[in-house]
Design a protein around this ligand. Structure first.
Ligand code: ATP
Ligand code: MG
Length: 557
């Protein structure tokens, strides 16, 4: 099945098609992805990125990358740089330069003045507490601020003085004059500007007043000529305010907002605030910890951009919401890697095997395919020597019934190599098995043995011609399906204590000393593994498990 045939319905794409065929929309389709640079992007943002850039691509339009940077205290250049890198890595190009809402602070200020001049905004001196009290409730209308009818000239002068720094933080705000009795709380004279003495990563100390998101967003969209402003459903109740702003100023263009359901993924969280807590409190090794649902974490884990884009196509875009099973994301990466990952062998828990009938010092170079179904990927050289390693778990002294691996006096094939039979089990003083003495069958390379049948095929590496590596086995970060659903409890309580286990002293094929850094490998019979990046200073090889070969979660836990 091609990735395309798995594409789920995207209602926004259909909507725009209809708009174009009915003539409601003419001209270019322009979208934007508007992250706030207050954390790293996560898989939920990937959905929004694929949607916004995807819509632009489908209709031959453009998509802007605009930082929605109206909360300077929480934002930083580090986040800006990480977000740009992530969007690029996912495979998308934004139109022109990166944009910032802060680029428009002068224009936004002028639009605020335009509203005041029309008597549609006023400077209000109520304290935050008073304002909350005056706002009313869902059942009760709010009350007018005593400043609501402040003369236009007075509001204009005060607003200018707010900008000039004549007032303390929080002393005054600029509010829209809409409707204190509106059933939509967002229309009860919302705040447009507040005083905040905070240095801004883009504008420095130029401003001590900052516009609110709900005022900034429609204006930024209009200034950029955005036609379709796509956002998640929690902004549905803000749409009347979005429209009010644009209907009451003279905007250079008239964008429209359409909402879609955000992505929720089970066994993880998609909230920058909560992810930041995991980082700040040291529960994970940074924003790009391979267990994090961040784009940078998934990248370090070995997820490919294609797999994430395919996943976004598979989940589609609708308004219904719900929670997507993590198994679907894992399916997407398995499917991509099964087709593309080079194969290699890694012995996680090495057990020495001596081939008693193979000459000391002799090496034979076996040629194995890099990918069994794709000849074009070429071959790799794997040395066969007198001492080998197999995985401890592939040997059983007393094998259970239907054992498909090695046991005393039984034979197995070593993947891509010969068939061998176990003749002796060697133990140390404390009784631990430390070595197996086996005989190999020289007539079995690529052909079945005569007169007996091996139990199965196991993986292996040369003991003398392989490389040591450490392996990080990652599992889901939370052991609860919806870790943050419990409003009383703390999502931290649901962290999976076994989300990382590290194996030191595994052995990998020699060729992996210079492993690729662009695609995970399939370690045969073990899963998909990606070289940790950046490489540690110790020079040790570290591989991160991207995903197991099969979904073991559905049944096991
Ligand atoms: P968070 O709650 O994680 O902080 P946010 O919505 O505040 O998310 P923004 O940086 O404002 O983060 O988001 C940028 C864009 O990505 C917005 O248009 C937002 O609607 C969208 N987005 C954020 N989270 C998701 C999600 N889980 N699924 C789909 N889109 C999302
Ligand atoms: Mg936001």
């Amino acid at each position: 099945m091609s990735a395309d045939s798995k594409k789920a319905h995207n209602f926004i794409e259909s909507l725009i098609k209809d708009e174009i065929s009915s003539g409601k929309h003419t001209g270019k389709v322009v979208t934007r992805f508007p992250p706030e640079p207050n954390g790293y992007l996560h898989v939920g943002h990937a959905k929004s990125i694929c949607l916004n850039f995807g819509i632009a691509q489908s209709f031959g339009g453009e998509c802007n990358l605009r930082f929605d940077d109206t909360n300077p205290e929480k934002e930083s250049q580090e986040y800006i740089d990480a977000i740009r890198a992530d969007v690029h890595w996912l495979g998308f190009e934004w139109a022109g330069e990166v944009r910032y809402a802060s680029d428009y602070f002068d224009a936004i200020y002028d639009f605020a003045v335009e509203l005041i001049e029309q008597g549609k905004a006023y400077v209000c001196s109520l304290s935050a507490d008073q304002m909350a009290e005056y706002r009313g409730t869902l059942k009760q209308p709010g009350k007018h601020s005593p400043d609501r009818d402040r003369p236009v000239d007075e509001s204009l002068a005060l607003f200018r003085e707010m900008r000039e720094g004549k007032f303390a933080d929080g002393e005054l705000v600029l509010r829209a004059k809409i409707d204190m009795a509106s059933p939509n709380m967002n229309l009860r004279d919302p705040i447009l500007y507040r005083i905040r003495r905070a240095e801004h990563h883009q504008t420095g100390n130029k401003w001590c007043i900052y516009p609110m998101y709900d005022f900034t967003h429609p204006i930024s969209d209009a200034l950029e000529g955005i036609t379709h402003s796509l956002c998640t459903l929690e902004f549905e109740d803000h749409r009347p305010l979005y429209d009010w702003v644009l209907d009451n100023i003279t905007p250079p263009a008239r964008p429209h907002q359409t909402e879609f359901a955000r992505l929720n993924l089970n066994y993880t969280i998609t909230s920058k605030r909560k992810l930041k807590r995991l980082v700040d409190e040291g529960f994970v090794d940074g924003w790009n910890d391979p267990r994090m649902p961040t784009i940078s974490g998934m990248r370090r884990r070995g997820y490919t951009p294609e797999s994430i884009r395919n996943f976004c196509d598979m989940i589609g875009v609708n308004r219904a919401g719900g929670t997507v099973d993590m198994g679907m994301l894992e399916f997407a990466i398995r499917e991509d890697l099964n087709a593309r990952a080079p194969r290699a062998m890694c012995v996680m828990r090495p057990l020495k095997v001596t081939l008693t009938n193979y000459p000391e010092g002799q090496t034979e170079t076996l040629t194995l395919p890099v990918h069994p179904q794709n000849e074009a990927m070429g071959t790799r050289d794997v040395p066969w020597t007198r001492t080998l390693y197999i995985d401890r778990e592939d040997f059983a002294e007393e094998p259970p019934r239907k054992w498909k691996r090695l046991a005393p006096d039984q034979a197995v094939r070593l993947r891509g190599g010969y068939v061998m039979t176990c003749r002796e089990v060697v133990r140390d003083d404390t009784g631990n098995i430390v070595e197996l003495k086996c005989e190999y069958d020289a007539d079995t390379l690529g052909v079945n043995p005569q007169g007996y049948k091996p139990n199965g095929v196991i993986h292996w590496v040369s003991a003398t011609d392989s490389v040591e590596a450490d392996i990080n086995l990652y599992d889901r970060l939370f052991n609860h399906e919806s870790p943050d659903s419990d409003k009383e409890g703390d999502f931290i309580d649901h962290l999976n204590p076994d989300s990382l286990s590290t194996i030191t002293g595994a052995r990998v094929e020699k060729s992996l000393a210079t492993a690729r850094t662009d695609l995970p490998y399939q370690f045969e019979r073990e899963g998909y593994f990606f070289l940790d990046q950046p490489a540690p200073e110790s020079g040790r090889l570290i591989f991160n498990r991207t995903v197991t070969l099969r979904d073991s979660w559905a049944k096991a836990k």
